[in-house]
Design a protein around this ligand. Structure first.
Ligand SMILES: NC(=O)c1ccc[n+]([C@@H]2O[C@H](COP(=O)([O-])OP(=O)(O)OC[C@H]3O[C@@H](n4cnc5c(N)ncnc54)[C@H](OP(=O)(O)O)[C@@H]3O)[C@@H](O)[C@H]2O)c1
Length: 327
């Protein structure tokens, strides 16, 4: 069994959860962490069991013992940090959204391909049992074709202009942070839309506090998507099919629920609480791909990440959401 040395950039909220995932995996070594602050890096390394800590991103990335980097900084920095690691020969698993816009994502993908390195966007849903089960039901034709999707991810986040959620310099706003999930679900189960309409509510900082989006498809299918930092809407995707309705929902602590109601009156449902909030699946996928010599994941291929960021760009153009870095 090949063991891989993992390093983390951005020891914050999600890095802690992801570390719990790594701990589930025998072939993952908790190797290094880098922060902008020496003290924070040392504290994180000590608390979570990483061997080395850095306060210099270049020294971290050029460590020859480091194999895979998990990028867990705010979205505004994913592009810069991914390129740094790829240019130092590391495999990269980068948090969602992959970057700010399509231009940045294409540069990341090109750099990975030119250097023959593995790159993947850290998307949680595609690896989860409830999601895999829903995809199986649809592809086995138990449900008939998907006709319409209603998907929302909404919760109240305290208003703080400096926080990652509302700060435009950190690419804040509900769409890129949580509205990405309804977009992921709709792309996964309906594909790229032909038309997009939006209705956004803009916070005083200039980022979207809520966005409603309508996807139209020329063959009559459609989707309604919603994200918000000011309404408690929960996390739920209804997939309306010819012969069934599939309801995928999850709690904010990552317990997942799948309910299927068939038009013939039958129903099935289950709930699942994955270990480590399900973050080990994506880490395991990276190492499986590396074991097999793959440069991208068949579960989250780079083409999906391209489609995802292109769609997010289209929504932002319609809604007039522009970040300071893009002006
Ligand atoms: N997959 C999921 O379920 C999930 C859930 C939540 C978040 N995420 C994604 O993970 C990323 C990080 O989210 P988070 O909630 O973990 O963020 P966070 O805790 O606010 O920040 C992560 C860390 O990034 C570092 N950082 C580096 N440059 C920074 C800068 N210029 N400003 C602020 N922080 C900076 C900070 O560490 P130092 O100050 O120590 O350098 C900070 O602790 C986001 O892109 C988000 O979309 C994914």
């Amino acid at each position: 069994m090949t063991k891989y040395n993992w390093g983390i950039i951005g020891p914050g909220n999600i890095a802690r959860k992801f570390t719990a995932g790594l701990r589930q995996l025998e072939n993952a070594n908790l190797y290094s962490v880098v922060s902008r602050s020496k003290e924070r890096a040392e504290r994180f390394a000590q608390e979570y069991g990483y061997k080395k800590s850095y306060d210099d991103y270049r020294m971290f990335a050029s460590d020859p013992q480091l194999d895979i980097v998990y990028i867990a900084t705010p979205h505004s920095h994913h592009h810069e940090h991914s390129l740094l690691c790829l240019r130092n020969g590391k495999a990269v698993l980068c948090e969602k959204p992959f970057a700010l816009n399509s231009i940045q994502v294409e540069e990341m993908i090109n750099t990975a391909r030119e250097n023959k390195l593995f790159l993947m966007e850290a998307l949680w849903p595609p690896f989860q049992p409830y999601y895999i089960k829903a995809a199986e039901l649809i592809s086995a034709s138990y449900t008939g074709k998907v006709r319409y999707i209603i998907s929302k991810f909404a919760f109240r986040a305290p208003y703080d202009p400096q926080a990652r959620t509302f700060n435009p310099d950190l690419a804040g706003g509900s769409l890129l942070d949580i509205g990405i999930y309804p977009v992921i679900d709709t792309l996964r189960f309906l594909g790229k839309p032909d038309n997009i309409e939006t209705s956004a509510v803009i916070a005083p900082t200039g980022v979207d506090e809520s966005v409603g989006v309508l996807f139209g498809y020329n063959d009559g299918r459609g989707a309604s998507l919603y994200s918000s930092f000011v309404n408690d809407g929960g996390i739920c995707t209804d997939i309306l099919c010819e012969n069934a309705n599939i309801i995928l929902s999850r709690s904010r602590d990552y317990v997942q629920y799948l309910n299927v109601k068939y038009t013939n009156g039958e129903a099935e449902g289950y709930s699942y609480k994955p270990p480590a909030m399900g973050f080990h699946y994506e880490a395991a996928e990276v190492m499986k791909c590396l074991d097999e010599g793959l440069k991208e994941s068949p579960v989250v291929p780079l083409s999906f990440s391209s489609d995802l960021i292109n769609t997010l760009d289209r929504i932002r153009r319609k809604a007039g959401i522009i970040y300071p870095q893009e002006k």
